[in-house]
Ligand binder design. Structure first.
Ligand code: IPD
Ligand code: CA
Ligand code: CA
Length: 276
């Protein structure tokens, strides 16, 4: 697919704002992190740094792209007039952030259309992990990069030797079901990872650090930038049966194992269940 006009400019904006917000969050992390509130469950926390980082990102986008819409995890949505919307997770991997585990990231993407992963066209995205200073970027039709190094998903074809990551819901009931799926899966693949940041899981698939990743219950801001990085690196990113990835299900995998991994997960569907 051809690159959207202005992709490079949008990507540069995503990158520079992600770097600024990442530096702020890292400063806050070094000063000591405080939980501001809990959200869907006591485990689902938001820190003051999440709120502050999103406010900064929103302010910068309003300065540089006043016609575009905004859709962020912590401060909600605002429609724009340009047809483009910025989809933002100010800190993805908040629990890691809270505990000082390095896998947390700023995720900023710009999409065309409604901010709904089943219909949007992602144009550009940046996932910045301040603890490792890794900057993942992708532009539609323009490839995916770690810094300035082009990314390629793994060449793996043997599912039994695949390293597969997943994530768990903040709801205790759903976590139980998700763990049951993992307990079957772990006997059929090389090993399982729970990185703790969906945005980084997706970038790691793009970088060939993981052969596959799947999760149910992701929100648009968890996947917007990372899914573009994975797809532009040649990974297959889908929902069930070739449908677009959604809250219901997202699978990102190296093309050589994606079909087999989807079949394996489909066998577990009675356990996983439908997720609206
Ligand atoms: C969470 C992380 C986690 C994933 C959850 C997400 P947050 O985002 O991406 O890895 O398993 O589904 O909600 O709350 O840290 O922004
Ligand atoms: Ca998130
Ligand atoms: Ca978040």
């Amino acid at each position: 697919m051809d690159a959207h006009p202005g992709t490079q400019e949008l990507l540069d904006i995503a990158r520079s704002i992600a770097l600024e917000a990442g530096a702020l969050a890292k400063r806050r992390r070094d000063e000591g992190v405080e939980v501001a509130a809990s959200k869907s469950s006591p485990e689902d926390v938001v820190t003051f740094a999440d709120q502050e980082a999103e406010a900064l990102i929103r302010r910068r986008l309003a300065e540089r792209r006043p016609q575009d819409g905004f859709f962020g995890e912590e401060s909600g949505a605002e429609r724009g007039s340009s047809g483009l919307t910025w989809v933002v997770d100010p800190i993805d991997g908040t629990v890691n952030f809270l505990y000082g585990i390095p896998q947390w990231a700023i995720s900023i993407a710009v999409v065309e259309g409604e901010p709904d992963p089943t219909t949007w066209r992602a144009i550009a995205g940046c996932v910045y992990a301040p603890a490792s200073e890794e900057v993942f970027t992708a532009g539609a039709g323009a490839g995916a990069f770690l810094g300035d190094v082009p990314l390629r998903a793994s060449a793996s074809t043997d599912l039994s030797q695949a390293l597969v990551a997943t994530g768990f819901s903040y709801s205790a009931e759903r976590r139980g079901k998700q763990a049951a799926v993992v307990s079957e899966l772990i006997t059929r693949v090389r090993d399982i990872r729970r990185v703790g940041s969906a945005a980084l899981d997706l970038c790691y698939v793009g970088a060939g650090r993981l052969d596959g990743y799947y999760e149910q219950g992701l929100n648009p801001w968890d996947m917007a930038a990372g899914a573009l990085v994975a797809a532009e690196a040649g990974a297959r990113v889908t929902g069930w049966d070739g449908a677009p990835a959604s809250r219901g299900f997202l699978l990102a995998a190296a093309p050589g194992v994606a079909g087999g991994l989807e079949d394996l997960l489909r066998e577990q569907f009675p356990l996983m269940g439908e997720l609206a």
